[in-house]
Write a protein that binds this ligand. Sequence first.
Ligand code: SF4
Length: 421
Amino acid sequence: MAKKTYDTPKIDELESGPWPSFVTGMKRLAEDKPMIRGVLGQLEHSYNDRKGYWKGGTVGVYGYGGGVIPRFTELKNESGDPMFPEAAEFHTVRIMPSAGMHYDTKTLRELCKVWDKYGSGLVAMHGQTGDIMFQGIDAENLQQCFDEMNEMGFDLGGAGPAVRTGMSCVGAARCEHSCCNEQRIHRMLVNAFLDDLHRPSLPYKFKFKVSGCANDCMNSIERADMAVIGTWRDAIQADQEEVKAFVKDKGRKYVVDNVVTRCPTNALSLNDDDTLDIDNRSCVRCMHCINVMTKALSPGKEKGVTVLVGGKRTLKIGDLFGTVVVPFLRMEKDEDYDRLLEIAQEIVDFFAENALEHERVGEMIERIGLVNFLEGVGLEVDPNMVRHPRTISYVLTHDWDEEAEKWHRRKQMESETGSAS
Ligand code: SF4
């Protein structure tokens, strides 16, 4: 039987540019997958009308309250039948990737084989949710497809008002900047909140992301309700011989223009003998100098994490960056991991009880105030939480001395006991 294809002149245009186009890939898939032919037809229709024609609904697998994004076509002909019947249903299965997104080829082949058997063949690795997005399956094949992936050890990701699939960067396995065990933190958080992930019961979504250093490959500052970012609190490790070799290779002007003057806190200066002075008390651990002089500079030895809360993309009040709530937490012993989990639990519980419906943590903090949030989750105020120095001099300062004294006492205790944060 001849394959039914649809005219797609607008979509075809997208193949004419200099870059590879998703259209070419979809056309290749359409050879064997009628669903993709229907999707291309519907997409052309959308391009003409400048309107999307997918609507949601309820589709899922047994035992899970989320993880599948239902998509039904809205395009119907006069008799009420779908205009592109092959794409009447086009659901997405969200599958949680392994922490750090480490796969072996065999596993990827197996996943593709299952998806080819039941779904459209279209895969996105990975969405901003962190999941592997298997796009295009009908309800009839969904359960079997998931069961086979589940047999391989993969689980559904999160969707809806729930804890979402966590994300962690590739980490120490392949990156010398790593300051923490990203995969362990990621696994710990996901395992602890699995129930909240599969059974949506929060006011809105809640995302954990773990980056091993301030380069923040997971975009956790902008995207995570709770971001865990590796950092250090002693001095940057500097190999002055390598600094000299770098200066010799690139020249003093290059080093001054691209390293020294680009330090956001003026913590660097180049000496006459081509060595580098680092004012570690001024350094804000931004990673810039280390990124440029990878052989000469590396993070310090006393490593741990900073915890930020409230990052998110646009919604009610626009994009928000995370706010530091724990400046430094050493991550060496089991107790340190327990402490991090405790903080996460406090934050999720407080969010569950106090956020309005469809409100992210960052928005809740804006509404109730950071001080109330910190009090609610039992975290002490710290000068590192100041986002921007005050620009107005008319401020009430009562209680400030008390807070400052409390902070000094805490810091002194920490330095005596060697504990962190
Ligand atoms: Fe400056 Fe950033 Fe390097 Fe610290 S890490 S010395 S703040 S460039």
